[in-house]
Design a protein around this ligand. Structure first.
Ligand SMILES: [Zn+2]
Length: 94
């Protein structure tokens, strides 16, 4: 398992954390879940992880053969995994 802290400029592209309103600093995680497969996802710096939300499971985690936290994987983790799972969590929580 590896992780990498990433920081972005102020933006209107990344969904804000439902817990602390942050949308610039994240920790991207990469974890091997099978012999030839890794899951990649992003957590907020406050520890909030939308991909572990009970309503969603790990559905929104990215699957990757090699895994790792290179620039491309980090960007995908934020723009696909984080953004989409946060949007769905907001639908489930009042
Ligand atoms: Zn947060």
């Amino acid at each position: 398992m590896s992780q990498r802290k990433v920081k972005y400029k102020e933006n209107h592209v990344i969904e804000r954390c439902p817990k602390c309103n942050n949308n610039t600093e994240f920790t991207v995680q990469s974890e091997q879940v099978a012999i030839d497969g890794c899951e990649i996802w992003a957590e907020c710096i406050c520890g909030f992880d939308p991909t572990s939300h009970e309503a969603l499971g790990s559905f929104y985690r990215l699957e990757s053969v090699m895994g790792g936290c290179d620039d491309e994987n980090c960007q995908d983790a934020i723009l696909c995994s984080w953004n989409e799972s946060v949007k769905d969590i907001l639908k489930f929580t009042p």
